[in-house]
Write a protein that binds this ligand. Structure first.
Ligand SMILES: [Zn+2]
Length: 91
């Protein structure tokens, strides 16, 4: 379901929420399960970190699937949504 959305550019949590019919706040649990399922199938769920639109700060160390509320560098609140991507480890 997620792969059909747009695997090349990734999908946002909001996209997944809409596609899966799951509330956005409940997604982290679902995604953790999905990541394990994908791993067993030889694929992996990759996450592109959210980025501050104000100064370009990337939340690279953030491992959760939630969006940060505030940029630690410029204190801006215009943070992009993290994007998800499914990558095959085969071939
Ligand atoms: Zn910033």
């Amino acid at each position: 379901m997620i792969r059909e959305a747009d695997p090349e550019s990734g999908v946002t949590l909001r996209d997944v929420s809409r596609l899966a019919g799951v509330a956005e706040k409940e997604l982290p649990d679902h995604l953790a399960h999905l990541a394990r399922s994908l791993s067993a199938a030889g694929e992996e769920l990759a996450i592109e970190p959210p980025v501050c639109r104000g100064c370009g700060f990337a939340f690279a160390k953030r491992t959760r699937f939630t969006r940060p509320g505030q940029c630690p560098r410029c204190k801006g609140r215009r943070i992009s949504l993290p994007r998800l991507r499914i990558a095959s480890r085969r071939g």
